[in-house]
Each structure stands twice: as structure tokens, then as C-alpha cells.
Design a protein. Structure first.
Lengths: 203, 203
């Protein structure tokens, strides 16, 4: 029996660096896959079906919601976005790890439906550093900066619902921690019940 | 505030290779320490107090038992052996990780008293391989070999009470897994409550 992959959910406040960490981790683990979202927004030039998104009509999307086909979904302005359960489960069954980089609200919904995932929260070394990173990101509108910073601050409260917290001092260290977490999770006793049976079945 | 170290408890059936793994891990992590046991057996030549053992008289040992000074203790033939709580706690407070290599009965006693430890069970890749290793270990007495093998088989049942299981295919891989487990444990949210307060207290 092929060992199932792990669903690894990465989130954290905007500016914490989760995107860069995931990209670097994936580069080192080409056997893993990034979860592909479904959306009702029209494809942009160069976007490929099944790679960037699964593009769905509004009717298709609503049907998927009714069929409980999403690990989570949300409406953003006028479009829907969601994580199709089937895609994730198929990859996991193939023994591949699936990375889901997602905002905190989304991650918590996934947790309710897929508790066996590994939930990692990325935080900046200090809130002051986060403020610097948000400012550096570009928008010059101080209201938006303040708003982002405020929600980052509130979001810290949700760490408690995650399994791990990684303080993103340097990308290199954070990627190593992510690798360690995934390797360790694969050694957890509750993920290896087959092993006990296998060892004992041999006699 | 200095971050506390971790108590890492390593056990598994005799012949699984836990001693070699611990030795190699310690070589790579000189900042960590091996737990030193107390015993009533007399010191052998070259054994140093506080390094190999804490040598105690029978009266001293019994007093320590009464004072709840042991994480676990056992009587083996005519001598007592035990893990002094104070030594372990002192090293942990200094921020050093403490490795305790111990048999399964002892590990389970430690778990009852120190649940925040990290409990790792080392198993051979197959029971057939374990049999080979036990035979190779030397004693030619088939009764002892059979007895060891039988208890190894029964001990597999206790894996469920551990946090992690490491299949000892190669020492190198097992040491890497042990390193990953320890690094991951240090990222666990429930070991980082101070971090949340720290991030939020900054504002």
C-alpha cells in the first residue's frame, strides 16, 4: 500500500513571507504539488486550466458547493474561489504532499474539514518588521497599510488553532523548519498505525 | 527569558539501534546532554560520579524515592537505577535539550510524570532484521535470543503511547529524522505561547 501524502496548510498575515517560503520549499521538493484553486473569475492571458486555476462557471461552482466538493471557498468581490477537495485527495492518494497556501480564514475552514492536515502559521520576527515589510510592498496609501497591519495583529490570535508556528527570520531557516515539520509529521505514531500492524503481522 | 530545552526520550526493543542513534545525534549536538542516572551499584573503575552515574547509597536512593525525586526508577536484580528529576530539570532550564535513552517500561513511567517530553520509539525495519541483530549481538544461548525476541514483539504494542516512531533503516536517516522531530517540536504552537504574547505585547 502506498503511503498517503500530507496536506500542508501554510498561512499567516500578509507580509510574513509565506509565499516565498512555499516557492522555495517546492523548488526543493518537486515531488510535491501546490493545491490548485477553482475560481469563477475569467482566465487571464497565459493562465492555464488545471495549472493556475480550475476555471468554472458560476453555475458549476455553485453545484460544487452544493455537492460539498470544496475544502473551503470564499466570495471575493464578485468572484468565487475555492479549494477542490477531489484534486487534493487524489494527489494525497498518489503519495504526494500537497501544499495549500491560504489566508487564515480559509485555513481554519480547511481545518474543520480536514483535521489530519498539518497547519503551519508563518509570523514575522517582530511586528515592527512586519510593518516595514507591508510598507515596502508598495502601496503608498497609509490607510491600507494601517488596515493590513491591524488585521495582521488580530490574526496573530488564530495561531492557537494551528499546529506549528515558524518565525520567518530568514527564508533558509524557515524552509528548513518546514522540511523538519513535514519529516517529523511523517514519523508521528498516529500516522503510522499500519507500521505496527505490519511489524506484528510478520510473525 | 531563556527558552527551555526539550526532554527527548528514546526507547525501543533491544537490537533496534537506539544506542547508536543517540550517540551519533549527541556527537552532532554537543549543546545537548545525556541524562545521567542514579544508581546504588558500586562504581566500576574509570566510572566518574556525575558523568557515568550519580552513585548513591541504598539509604540515599530510598530517600530520593520518598521525596519524589525520580522521573522513574527500577530495581534490577539487587540494585536500584533511576532518572533524577532535578538534573533533568536543571539542564532544561538552562535551555539545553536532554536525551534519555531508556527501556520501554521506564519511558512509560517518565511519560506519566513528564508528558511534555518528546517520546520517540525506534523500531527495526522488519522483525526478521531485529532477529538477525539480536543473534549478531553475541549471546549464543537460543533461549535468551528467543526471550529477547518475544519481548521485542510484545513491546511493539507500546508504540501507541509514544509520539513518534522511527524505522531504523540506516543510522544516517534515523539521526536526520530525530533532528527533524526535535526541530519540529520546537515549532509546535503549544510550546510557543510566549511568542504570541511577545508579538502582541509589542504594540
Amino acid at each position: 500500500m502506498k503511503k498517503k501524502g500530507l496536506l500542508i496548510v501554510i498561512s499567516g498575515p500578509s507580509g510574513a513571507g509565506k509565499g516565498t517560503i512555499c516557492k522555495e520549499w517546492l523548488k526543493r521538493h518537486p515531488e510535491a504539488v501546490l493545491s490548485v484553486s477553482a475560481t469563477t473569475r475569467p482566465p487571464r492571458p497565459m493562465e492555464i486550466e488545471g495549472v493556475n486555476y480550475f476555471f468554472k462557471s458560476r453555475e458549476e461552482f455553485k453545484k460544487m458547493i452544493e455537492n460539498n466538493d470544496f475544502l473551503e471557498y470564499a466570495k471575493v468581490y464578485d468572484n468565487y474561489y475555492g479549494t477542490p477537495r477531489k484534486y487534493v485527495q487524489q494527489k494525497l492518494l498518489e503519495g504526494r504532499d500537497v501544499i495549500l497556501e491560504i489566508d487564515i480564514q480559509g485555513a481554519l475552514k480547511v481545518k474543520d474539514r480536514f483535521d489530519e492536515g498539518v497547519f503551519i502559521f508563518i509570523v514575522p520576527p517582530t511586528m515592527e518588521e512586519l510593518r516595514r515589510r507591508i510598507v515596502k510592498r508598495g502601496t503608498e496609501n497609509p490607510d491600507i497599510i494601517l488596515q493590513r497591519f491591524k488585521s495582521a495583529f488580530e490574526e496573530i490570535n488564530f495561531i492557537k488553532r494551528y499546529n506549528y508556528v515558524v518565525v520567518n527570520d530568514t527564508i533558509e531557516e524557515s524552509v528548513c523548519k518546514m522540511e523538519a515539520i513535514i519529516l517529523a509529521e511523517k514519523c508521528r505514531v498516529d500516522r503510522n498505525t499500519h507500521l505496527i500492524m505490519q511489524l506484528q503481522g510478520e510473525i
